[in-house]
Design a protein around this ligand. Structure first.
Ligand code: 5GP
Length: 208
């Protein structure tokens, strides 16, 4: 028997997380980011920062003109208009990390997830592991948004209408996690991360 053992490396997984506004996604991503075994790709947006949000950490807050210039320069992997504001994922960081075997997490809406699924780059499509967080109900979502208190009543109604539409798209995702307590959501998401990291097709075999 040969004493040479095979060695393996793997390409990164692109974890795409979508959840209607108020489903607890920000708390979930903040908590996941405590264990930095992946890179969180910070999105760009033209919306105003909320209290406590930090430029470069929560979002890159851009003017409409700056967003448009980056779009024209082809800097976005995907982009969408959500609640009347523009959002986009920067391509360069995501691709560089995935190629070097680092997992990336992005938090995007259902339009963004659909455009990544349909993207022309087979490397991105095969890196993708998309997860939808399903809120327990629209009533619970309304309660959570009201408790958060960062939106006006009108904005809450817009977000709820948008949530109802987003919730129709759950079947498009590889995973759907029914939202429970924050601890349960984290545990479920971590289980998905573990499984995706063991997919045979992500492994690169290096013969010695
Ligand atoms: P919020 O304004 O509450 O932070 O986010 C509103 C929505 O925009 C959320 O559903 C969030 O997932 C989505 N979003 C955040 N960043 C991006 C992005 O880069 N692309 C897309 N398509 N959606 C995003």
């Amino acid at each position: 028997m040969s004493n040479s053992s095979p060695t393996f490396s793997r390409t990164g997984v692109l974890f795409v997380l979508s959840a209607p506004s108020g489903a607890g996604k920000t708390t979930l991503t903040t908590s996941l980011r405590q264990k930095p075994d992946f890179v969180y790709a910070v999105s760009c947006t033209t919306r105003e920062p909320r209290r406590g949000e930090v430029h470069g950490e929560d979002y890159f807050f851009l003017s409409d003109a700056d967003f448009q210039a980056r779009l024209a320069a082809g800097e976005f992997l995907e982009h969408a208009e959500v609640h009347g504001r523009r959002y986009g994922t920067l391509k360069q960081t995501v691709i560089e990390q995935l190629q070097s075997g680092v997992d990336v997490l992005i938090d995007i809406d259902t339009q963004g997830a659909a455009s990544i699924r349909a993207c022309g780059d087979p490397f991105i499509r095969s890196a993708l592991a998309d997860v939808f967080i399903m809120p327990p109900s629209l009533d619970e979502l309304r309660r959570r948004l009201m408790r958060r208190g960062t939106e006006t009543e009108e904005q809450i109604e817009t977000r709820l209408a948008n949530a109802a539409k987003e919730m129709e798209n759950w079947r498009e995702y590889r995973y759907t996690l029914i939202s429970g307590s924050m601890e349960e959501d984290i545990e479920k998401f971590r289980a998905v991360m573990r499984a995706e990291r063991y997919l045979s097709r992500r492994l690169i075999h290096h013969a010695r």
